[in-house]
Ligand binder design. Sequence first.
Ligand code: LMR
Length: 397
Amino acid sequence: MFADAKPVPPDAILGLSIAYAADTRSDKIDLGVGVYRTIEGQTPVMAAVKKAEGFVLENQDSKRYTPPEGAPGFTDRILKLVFDENSPTIQMGRAAAVQAPGGCGALRLAADLLKRFGAKTISTGAPTWANHKPLMGAAGYEIKMLPYYDAASSSIDFDAYVSAVKKLGPDDVLLIHNCCHNPTGADLTEAQIDILADMAKEQKFFPLIDAAYHGFAKNLDADAYMIRKFAETVPETLITYSCSKNFGLYRERVGALIVVSENAERATAIKSHALNIARANYSMPPAHGGAIVSEILGSDDLTKMWREELDAMASEVRGNRKLLVAEAEKAGLGNRLSYIADQHGMFSLLPLSDEEVLKIRVDHGVYIVGGGRINMCGVNHTNVERLVAAFKAVSQG
Ligand code: LMR
């Protein structure tokens, strides 16, 4: 059966972490995988998570199967967090959710669901997260790339994006990054989101919103703008939600597929299809991470603690952005990297070719994802000078 099997190349993002770990240089800099890190390079368990986890473990009296939709309370609490419990979407029962194994699991569920109901194409703005293509590809879709980020101006070419989106119709899906665009950090403004939501309503294309960094751009409410706007404007949308970054639960694989539909009856029906697809794939999500999130969101004290920790992480990353821009100016790069201060979330693109990305890794021990993506969490006052010097040394223009 497998006589002809040849190894596939390592994953573009996860493979970089392995290469970084194997590098023995003490001054290496990790700007790879999208994981929050302290200045010491640690990714600590959040205090609210530790507390909730203690409670979960203490009170756990069985390892029997969890309900297919996830840990008790998880879906209701995630929905209230995302939409606000007084929103018409929640009040009318238009939203339903199933817990999924991380944002990846939610995306795969969404893709299978869209396939089951006959969606013909999935498009997204270029460039996009490296794993979107394989995830959608596994469900039989070849993602169509639309113009989005203009590398020359380091900003969104909204006119070009809108012109491409104008061609989408009822059988087409538009995959949109909620906030903290991965890999560019270039987010749509609220006014641009409004335009896009109106286009979705008029043209009837299907919005699929990938929300992997809720709370990492501005704050939890501001970062829910796109989701809430689309839910109010169009009859149906799907949201793939990840708790990896905002709860720091990366390895627990906890996320959700959120369904918004015209009415409660339809939402329940779509949810049943998502559960049916999950059953044929992994049966049910792992319980532990969902139980932790449910515990946090079910307690006012833990929620407050968690929100403060999340805000602190997000604000630190914003500080790192300013630090890099200031250092670049100091090093004589003028305003070449100044766009980075205005972008959002963990990532931005450095203007580097793939050859330069390789060179900066080999010559300077700076680990950057292909295409020039840097994780701003890895930039700090102990390494920013070396980073900028390495960037200057390898970049041509
Ligand atoms: C990233 O983009 O680095 C993260 O979302 C981790 C991953 O799975 O790729």
